[in-house]
Ligand binder design. Structure first.
Ligand SMILES: C[S@@+](CC[C@H](N)C(=O)[O-])C[C@H]1O[C@@H](n2cnc3c(N)ncnc32)[C@H](O)[C@@H]1O
Length: 308
């Protein structure tokens, strides 16, 4: 059953990927409930995340079952089993553990996306370093940012910052609460020979507090992709995107030049945008327009283009 389904989706997706010249994409996501995997290709490597659930197998049986699944995967995808990286994803039991390290192998690879390079790590963190579902949004930013002052909030490994630098933004400010991810973002810029200390700034801060410090007309183009919840010792208050999005976006609008653009994305499935309370001149839902072929019908995030 797994073999048939994987073969079918891989045939379909690999064709689309090669047509678009894409080598990192999601192949399979929980397509069959009995095989609860997320399978992504990163060039010649496979990231295989298994969603933990009550499966009723003993450890040995589960190990055996997983081995058989990996054999199926290697029979279909162009990888050998040494290049399959397995991650067992827990359902988030604790809101605080989202960004903790899960291993310490420190194996970083560089992968290509739309002519740019990104460092990924398929073992040590919950996520890989490159969120594949924002491929189109990143390209939109590259196309629109020439000579603009770009702000990337909750920047993670700075993939939007790399696209903005490649699109010849006047400046790129990358903000994150994690020093590890800010360093990773700097390395991503270096990897693309784009790093320029006179134009690229890295800010280690809580976005909520940072936005309160910005004067009007600080930026022209902003990307804000917050987590659903966030809490840390460095923060005055926790972040709850449903509760806080109006305040965050209105503070941001105050700091963005009139006529500027804000791209706002959230992974909170049940998110409801309080449109009336946001002081924008226009808000467009661009979720569909920013959904890549490999996330068709599967995407669990929202994306808005906010005009200031
Ligand atoms: C969902 S990821 C953002 C994804 C990113 N925009 C991308 O496309 O690659 C969340 C990021 O927010 C950061 N973060 C969480 N809470 C924060 C806060 N209060 N202020 C600044 N950054 C925060 C985390 O360290 C993490 O890097």
């Amino acid at each position: 059953m797994f073999q048939n389904r994987l073969l079918k989706v891989y045939k379909h997706k690999s064709k689309q990927a090669s047509r678009q010249n894409i080598s990192c994409y999601r192949v399979y996501d929980h397509d069959l409930p009995e095989f609860p995997f997320c399978i992504e290709l990163y060039d010649d490597k496979v990231y295989l995340a298994e969603y933990l659930r009550r499966h009723g197998m003993s450890d040995e049986e589960h190990e055996q079952w997983l081995e058989e699944c990996i054999e199926v995967i290697c029979g279909i995808l162009p990888v050998d089993d040494a290049n399959v990286y397995i991650k067992q994803r827990k359902r988030k039991s604790n809101r605080l553990d989202q960004y903790e390290k899960t291993d310490t192998k420190a194996e970083y690879f560089s992968v290509a996306e739309q002519g740019l390079q990104f460092l990924v790590n398929l073992t040590d963190y919950l996520d890989t370093g490159l969120f594949l579902d924002h491929r189109i949004t990143r390209q939109m930013v590259r196309n629109e940012c020439k000579d603009k002052r770009v702000l990337n909030l909750f920047a993670y490994t700075g993939s939007f910052s790399v696209y903005a630098a490649a699109g010849e933004a006047a400046s790129v400010t990358t903000v994150d609460l994690s020093k590890t991810y800010l360093t990773w973002a700097e390395q991503n810029l270096e990897l693309n020979n784009l790093k320029d200390d006179t134009k690229h700034f890295f800010v280690h801060a809580d976005v909520k507090q940072y936005l309160k410090t910005l004067p009007p007309d600080s930026f022209d183009l902003v990307i804000i992709d917050p987590p659903t919840f966030s809490n840390s010792k460095r923060m005055k208050d926790f972040l709850d995107i449903q509760r806080d999005h109006v305040e965050l976006l209105n503070d941001l609008i105050g700091a963005t030049t009139p006529g500027g653009t804000i791209y706002f994305s959230t992974n909170f499935t049940r998110f409801i945008l309080d449109k009336e309370a946001i002081k924008a001149s226009d808000i467009k839902d661009i979720t569909r327009a920013t959904t890549p072929f490999d996330f068709e019908g599967k995407l669990k995030r929202w994306c808005y283009k906010i005009s200031v």
